[in-house]
Design a protein around this ligand. Structure first.
Ligand SMILES: NC(=O)c1ccc[n+]([C@@H]2O[C@H](COP(=O)([O-])OP(=O)(O)OC[C@H]3O[C@@H](n4cnc5c(N)ncnc54)[C@H](O)[C@@H]3O)[C@@H](O)[C@H]2O)c1
Length: 410
């Protein structure tokens, strides 16, 4: 029940409790916040006090066996919004208990973990999905539409940057930031955007980064990272993408995060800047700390609607509702005898299915391995994907030794 719970899950559950979830395929589905599992239970009680009446009655489990207790209770779906190195164990337990699962990005940190979750989802006939809300950003939907319709052809190269404020590394994540990097946390948004929008096969992964602000200059904790992915396409051509991330941008930056992309095609250039979509608002004594000058009204905005009601909505909330609809369709969208068919339709949605996250997880695993080598004294390693030694193979400069990170094909 951390930041992302408050930004997107809370409004999703509140909207669903108020309006229900209606769809011609399954009728009215009630979505109930049945139970939560947290480390101490404090945030659960804080939320209970603030929640609308319809949402106050959830069960709250805390402590070391909170997940076991949650899974023993009457929940159908488990949403996992813990720090990224704590997704796997919880997802594995939930899928093993036959619960549908939604995991915050990045889904997991290695292909071995992904294989295990995919196997459990398959054998227990569960929906297992990951949240990549940037795929629902209207600007990214337009980019994909132009590519799919052939108006933009063959992306040759591009860059993406996502800079998070210092408050993320300095206070919000301070407790578990040791050994972590901002690439795993936010480059994944753009890895997925590139992978999903342009297709192709991931071939090589390079990465470097800087240290010295969040932790010591020779330690394992990274301030910023620069990741390069090389993709190959069926026509023999390649594309390269640079993704720069940081979590040490000054807190008085005019926007909450800086997000910019440029993609260069054979016949065009796409420039996107999520912070400069149109609104700048200065309020004396508030901006840019208490509120930001550049506001993203598309992700998850709070609004006074024209009809006088208050709302919180945007693609960050919409992506959760889409997942709930997919689960409701599997469970209630027709006769029980056709459940498997509905399940396989929902699984074929590659924008969020765990099984379709392979190249993204491969890039994350490669990036983490390269950064770990760098921290241990060997910089500039490269990871090749699906070469003659294995699926994910790390090479250090000047060494002929192939270190196999993952043996099977990616
Ligand atoms: N979709 C997005 O754009 C987006 C944005 C931010 C974060 N995230 C993802 O959401 C996840 C959480 O990020 P956040 O920003 O909310 O972090 P956060 O630090 O604000 O919250 C994480 C919460 O998990 C709790 N926690 C830690 N270990 C736990 C455990 N074993 N069981 C139960 N609770 C536990 C912590 O106490 C904390 O309340 C991360 O995977 C992150 O990448 C996604």
């Amino acid at each position: 029940m951390g930041m992302i719970f408050d930004e997107t899950y809370r409004p999703f559950f509140e909207n669903a409790a108020r309006d229900g979830l209606y769809d011609r395929r399954f009728g009215l589905c009630e979505v109930e916040l049945a139970a939560v599992a947290t480390r101490t239970g404090k945030r659960a009680e804080q939320y209970r006090n603030a929640a609308p009446a319809a949402l106050k009655s959830f069960a709250s489990f805390a402590g070391d066996d909170a997940i076991t207790q949650l899974l023993a209770s009457d929940v159908d779906v488990v949403c996992i919004a813990t720090p990224d190195d704590r997704h796997f164990e919880i997802a594995r337990a939930a899928l093993a208990a036959g619960r549908h699962v939604l995991i915050e990005k990045p889904s997991v940190l290695s292909l071995a973990q992904l294989d295990e979750l995919a196997r459990l989802a398959e054998s227990n006939r569960c929906v297992a999905k990951v949240v990549y809300h940037k795929l629902l950003d209207p600007d990214h939907k337009k980019l994909r539409t132009l590519v799919a319709d052939g108006l933009l052809s063959h992306c040759n190269n591009g860059y993406c940057s996502l800079l998070e404020p210092k408050s993320i590394s300095g206070s919000q994540f301070a407790e578990w930031i040791t050994g972590r990097n901002p690439g795993t946390y936010v480059a994944v948004h753009y890895i997925k955007l590139i992978d999903f929008t342009f297709g192709g096969r991931l071939k090589r992964v390079h990465c470097t980064g800087q240290r010295g602000l969040v932790g010591p200059a020779d330690g394992p904790t990274w301030d910023s990272t620069q990741l390069r992915l090389v993709y190959a396409y069926n026509d023999g051509r390649e594309a390269a993408y640079d993704i720069h991330t940081s979590w040490v941008t000054p807190d008085n930056f005019p926007g909450y995060v800086e997000q910019e992309v440029q993609f260069r095609f054979d016949n065009g250039v796409w420039n996107g800047h999520s912070r400069r979509r149109g609104v700048e608002c200065t309020i004396e004594g508030r901006t840019p700390i208490a509120t930001k000058i550049n506001i993203n009204n598309h992700y998850n905005g709070t609004f006074l609607e024209p009809d006088g009601t208050r709302a919180q909505r945007g693609y960050g909330v919409e992506v959760l509702e889409k997942f709930a609809r997919e689960v409701a369709f599997v469970e209630y969208g027709g006769p029980a005898s056709e459940r498997d068919e509905r399940l396989s339709r929902v699984r074929s949605l590659s924008y969020n299915d765990l099984a379709a996250d392979r190249q993204v997880v491969a890039a994350v695993q490669a990036m983490e391995a390269i950064l770990a080598k760098h921290a241990a004294g060997t910089s500039d390693c490269v990871v090749h994907v699906n070469d003659r030694h294995g699926g994910l193979v790390l090479y250090a400069p000047g060494s002929s030794v192939a270190e196999v990170l993952y043996a099977g094909p990616v």
